[in-house]
Design a protein around this ligand. Sequence first.
Ligand code: CS2
Length: 502
Amino acid sequence: MTSRRLSNATVQSLPASVAIPAYDRAVIAPGIVHLGVGAFHRAHQAAYVDDCLAAGETGWGIVGVSLRSPDTRYALAPQDGLYTLAVRGSEGESLRVIGSIQSMLVAPEDPGAVLAALTDPCTRIVTLTITEKAYLRAADGSLDESHPEIAHDLGNPRSPKTAHGFLAEALARRRAAGTPPFTVLCCDNLPANGATLHRLLIAFAKLRDARPAASGEAALADHIANNVAFPSSMVDRIVPATTDADRARITDELGIEDAWPVMTEPFRQWVIEDRFPAGRPAWEKFGVTMVEDVSPFEDMKLRLLNGAHSGIAYLGLLGGHATVDRAFADPTIREFVDRLWVEAIPTLPGDAGLDTSAYTAELAERFSNTALAHRTAQIANDGSQKLPQRIVASAIERIQAGLVPEHLTLVIAAWIAACEARGNSLPEAHFTDPLDKALAALGERRTLERVAAVFDLAGFAKDRPERQALIELVAAHRVHIRQGGIAPALAALGIPGPTRQV
Ligand code: CS2
């Protein structure tokens, strides 16, 4: 192992095959604060911004904020924020060092520094990839006002923990200082993600406004409702978690150590609603699609890509497949995914110019990428937060259309079965879910009752007339899975064939 580390001082000495930032990092000024500097952000938004910086738009450097763990900062700070993006396709791998992350902050260590970055007039955009569960939504989709971190942030506005607490305090301070608000650009896989965050933040600000300490202040909720832009966006790039083997291989190829390279696929897509009152980089020059309404693209991505991903993950786990490409190579799972698409496609708007056949053909290629080794267990995380927009929404619409969503509901049953298989046929904590404790507390119940209880906990189809029909379909699949894994469940759908079982 080499002792030299990737950094501003060593980046010029990399092999010529590795692309490096083609701009002077010293002249870059920060313009974006990003909350949630995980691998996805580093493979997606940070790479697009890197393109803008290289084209001379020097005012859009990124201040990366981790809301929880210091791990990314430990890896990137000694590297001056530099890291390798390894793009792995069927034609091999290309390496590119990304230079757009200028500095890193860890919120729990220094919330004041995060607020300082957010209130800096240079900051004109705040982007977020904090994962679905960090939006702290209750089962009905509203802000979970009973969440302890919400209570914490209301009591301690100057040292918040949640994204809501940081955004609200920063927007209040900017208003007080006469600094125009930043634009909030949500980049998580939520439906109408900008509007959703807008709604949640207004709900949080109303709670803040109701505190005795806030009396006399003009309502922050109104300020956010009237003056802050929350464009929605659809983000897409498959980013498997970096493994130790990846780290070792990249360090070997670079000839110097990179403590946290990021692996990804050649495909990338970003569709953004063009509402940036405080300005934005000229993203459209680098393949970003700027639109008025992102919802058709977002629904297509959530329901076809992410929906299939969750199906592949849970059926794959139950069928003994560790990675997406291996699960997708199983003809029975492949057939299932094709049928899942057939079920979901009619729920997408027919008049939005979406080419769903080209889209699913491309997805099939992406899921077959053997170089990625995208783990089914990674996608399986947080199913209770992901399935509503990926699967349940389409299933409800199919029932409304008088049809039976038998494939969509198998994904829900496979999720429940995979959760229950942990500690038995699957390793304990093979993946996790915010509902784990509540699910474990359900104890022994008859299948139908258990499925209904899971629906209640997760808020699936809450208060919808379609709820009972969905529960019955899921329970029927669950019985088949209990009889012999996914093979009997698929056979009941008319997809026969041997599937390896765990
Ligand atoms: C995946 C997504 O882990 C998951 O739930 O479905 O992270 C997926 O890879 C991305 O949304 C692709 O853009």
